[in-house]
Design a protein around this ligand. Structure first.
Ligand SMILES: N[C@@H](CCC(=O)N[C@@H](CS)C(=O)NCC(=O)O)C(=O)O
Length: 206
């Protein structure tokens, strides 16, 4: 099956499927659409992005699948990355909902308003302080869990780990969060980075 992934190089949401595809050892065509570029504006104008956001995975019959965590589940179906057991699967989904609802909305947002020029006006001292505090409490939820568990669900990595790795691994460098507070998260980040086939955020497919 020929897969095409439209993804934004600088974005954690887009990094999730790039990392998943690399860990699965799957070939795909990559179309990079960076934030605030003419190419992205054209993709919006031509309806390439069904929900108006990246990433989008296009299957060989032309079906376009948006939403990073939905793409992860699609790619992982039938592999060890997505458990078959209903309770285990629900736990994986629970962490992925946590990622979109509580984690990305704070961790990625604090990074984004400092990184992208068009969002700089949002980076007021008050907003940055508020996001710092709420981000540390979100990271503490992960820390408390990972203190007693090697992986987010079960005894092996799952799509939940990929979903949460994306913005957590740059939470210190891009978001300005104090990662020294979170030794269990740091150990887990190193485990993900050591997985066979791992690629970094900036390692785009040729
Ligand atoms: N919930 C979506 C969020 C996707 C999203 O917000 N994508 C941003 C980059 S992180 C985007 O496409 N921005 C470009 C734009 O809005 O034009 C997902 O997980 O895929």
């Amino acid at each position: 099956m020929t897969l095409t992934l439209y993804s934004m190089p600088s974005s954690g949401n887009s990094y999730k499927p790039r990392l998943m595809l690399a860990l699965l050892g799957r070939e795909y065509r990559h179309v990079a659409l960076e934030f605030e570029t003419l190419e992205l504006a054209q993709a919006h104008a031509t309806g390439t992005l069904p929900m108006g956001k990246l990433p989008v995975l296009v299957l060989d019959d032309g079906t376009a699948l948006p939403e990073s965590n939905a793409i992860l589940c699609y790619l992982a179906e039938g592999t060890d990355w997505l458990p078959n057991d209903p309770l285990e699967r629900a736990r994986v989904l629970g962490w992925m909902f946590f990622e979109q609802n509580r984690h990305e909305t704070v961790i990625a947002v604090r990074a984004g308003i400092q990184k992208y020029a068009s969002r700089a006006h949002l980076a007021t001292p008050e907003r940055l302080a508020e996001l710092l505090e709420s981000g540390h409490s979100v990271l503490q939820v992960m820390e408390d869990h990972l203190r007693d568990h090697d992986w987010l669900v079960g005894d092996r990595p799952s799509v939940a780990d990929i979903a949460l790795y994306a913005y957590t691994h740059t939470a210190g460098s891009q978001g300005g969060f104090d990662m020294e507070r979170f030794p269990a998260i740091n150990k887990w980040l190193a485990q993900v980075a050591a997985l066979p086939g791992y690629v970094g955020l900036n390692e785009l497919p040729k």
